[in-house]
Design a protein around this ligand. Structure first.
Ligand SMILES: NC(=O)C1=CN([C@@H]2O[C@H](COP(=O)(O)OP(=O)(O)OC[C@H]3O[C@@H](n4cnc5c(N)ncnc54)[C@H](OP(=O)(O)O)[C@@H]3O)[C@@H](O)[C@H]2O)C=CC1
Ligand SMILES: O=C(O)CCC(=O)C(=O)O
Length: 489
């Protein structure tokens, strides 16, 4: 008889073009949050020595990679995109098994990874500088851009394909080499993405992946003298420590962290449209997006009809294993995440908010082995409450009633984050005031707070980011350094 351990694949680190076991000889089991007894794969629990090897490989590969033309680097990315595209179904299925989002969402995310790779492949043929008139009429002055060198990429579990790809692809196209540390929670999916780079023939050492714990490998990347820039997405607490560690040794860093994103629904809004966007923005991916809608600020005149429609829709949502066709919302990605969400729900009740629906783990035989939580709606939430201030990262909506647009914007801005915000109204004056006054890097009108587009800058204000932007052409700002050149005959 074969045991599950024998059947389950072990995924290795990818260092200098080879799949290698961690020097520690330690493994972690990556489990399915829809069924905690199912092991998706075993992943490496690496140590500092493994990281050192990866950094050394990335350093050795750097000059050769940098010296290729942008077009040639782009050709590699096109190949990676084609391979990822062919493996969409398999990789999406792994993602669903490993972190719980529904299969259509996982397929959409993988397709987004393909599109991001193609976008940055094309970037290898676009301009990287400007001619600036010199005060010396005989001279030519221009800017050009050079890679940082070796870039460390630290990513979370909520978008295990899209986030690594939107960091690794621009890093590579601008001539950097990469040391990638995926979230241990989703390291199997990450390994499959890196297999696409390996299969595309990206030269040895250009992309390296080291699996392991955040405090060891993630912190190790931030602190490593051989790493020239660090790009991070995850929690505010860890992000800030990554930034401080990188800053202390003079390395460049980029942080994308939390959100507490509001949707404002004004009296003239199309209520059905606003309800749908609140549900999709707040509850898709089980609320585990930094752009997820968390606070729902509704004008008094439409508060009751909006609430009724919202509750009716929330009560229809089918919770279950993301691989099943009829499932609308999967489990939380991990037990830790489930505990966090339940803790916030408890806190909401304790602090006096009214629970309108949800609030607990769902009943049912089919769900008892997974990290499920019901979609939850609170009302009578005020800005001083914990659930109105802290990022929950779960399917929890907080309804808040206001009397005017001014009050709505004031409430919307009354948090430490400023990632995404949306408004539902037909009044152009209100739309313009919102665009002007809201503290958010992503401002969305009559649309959900989530749903970023790969060709546009992405990032937040206040504590949501290091004030930098990712994606689109904005990525060039982090992944390159500018040289100003002055030439005289
Ligand atoms: N902005 C966003 O998109 C995200 C926000 N979050 C927020 O963070 C909360 C906690 O989630 P969690 O997964 O713990 O997020 P973390 O911030 O801990 O994880 C993000 C990444 O950082 C790594 N990491 C952990 N500790 C360190 C460290 N000391 N130094 C460097 N890297 C480190 C993690 O590794 P590993 O996990 O493998 O140990 C992971 O790869 C969520 O509830 C949510 O509020 C979470 C994910 C994404
Ligand atoms: O809304 C999206 O599509 C992206 C969200 C995101 O970047 C995140 O949750 O980390």
């Amino acid at each position: 008889m074969t045991t599950q351990a024998q059947q389950t694949v072990t995924y290795r680190n990818y260092v200098n073009g080879e799949w290698v076991a961690a020097s520690t000889q330690q493994l972690d089991a990556s489990i399915n949050p829809a069924n905690k007894s199912e092991i998706v794969g075993y992943v490496q629990k690496s140590g500092k020595e493994d990281l050192d090897r990866a950094v050394q490989a990335a350093k050795s590969a750097q000059i050769g990679w940098r010296k290729l033309s942008g077009a040639t680097r782009g050709d590699y990315l096109y190949k990676v995109a084609d391979i990822l595209e062919k493996r969409t179904d398999e990789i999406a299925e792994t993602m669903t098994r490993e972190m719980g989002k529904t299969l259509p969402e996982a397929k959409g995310e993988t397709a987004r990874g393909v599109a991001i790779l193609r976008y940055y492949a094309g970037e290898g043929m676009r301009e990287i500088g400007n001619v600036i008139p010199s005060t010396d009429s005989e001279a030519l002055m221009f800017t050009t851009r050079v890679p940082l060198g070796v870039v460390g990429v630290i990513t979370p579990w909520n978008f295990p394909v899209a986030i690594p790809v939107w960091k690794i692809a621009p890093a590579l196209i601008y001539g950097n080499t990469v040391v990638f540390k995926p979230a241990q929670e989703t390291a199997v999916t990450a390994a499959k993405v890196i297999q696409c780079f390996a299969e595309a023939g990206v030269p040895a050492g250009v992309v390296n992946m080291v699996m392991g714990d955040g405090p060891v490998i993630g912190h190790g990347i931030a602190a490593h003298p051989g790493i020239d820039g660090v790009t991070f997405t995850g929690s505010e607490q860890v992000g800030k420590s990554v930034g401080q560690t990188a800053l202390a040794r003079g390395a460049k860093y980029q942080l994308e962290m939390g959100g507490k994103n509001p949707v404002i629904v004004l009296a003239d809004a199309d209520l059905d449209q606003a309800v749908e966007a609140t549900i999709i923005g707040g509850l898709r991916s089980t609320g585990q997006k930094c752009t997820a809608t968390s606070r729902v600020i509704v004008e008094r005149a439409v508060y009751e009809p909006f609430k009724e429609k919202l509750l009716a829709r929330v009560n229809e949502l089918k919770i279950g294993d993301g691989r099943e066709k009829e499932t609308w919302m999967g489990p939380c990605a991990s037990e830790k995440q489930l505990r966090t969400v339940l803790h916030y729900i408890e806190k909401g009740v304790e602090e006096g908010a009214t629970l309108l629906c949800g609030g607990k783990q769902p009943d049912g035989e089919a769900l008892k082995n997974g990290f499920y939580v019901e979609p939850t709606v609170f009302e009578h939430v005020n800005s001083g409450m914990t659930i109105a201030q802290e990022e929950i990262f779960g399917p929890v909506l907080a309804l808040m009633k206001v009397d005017s647009l001014e009050e709505a914007i004031e409430l919307a801005n009354d948090v430490e984050y400023g990632l995404s915000a949306s408004i539902f109204t037909k009044n152009i004056g209100h739309i313009l005031a919102f665009i002007q006054d809201i503290d958010a890097g992503l401002v969305r009108i009559n649309a959900e707070t989530a749903g970023v587009e790969l060709q546009a800058p992405f990032g937040g204000m206040k504590q949501s980011s290091s004030h930098s932007r990712e994606q689109g052409r904005a990525a060039i700002e982090f992944f390159t350094a500018v040289k100003t050149v002055f030439i005289k005959p």
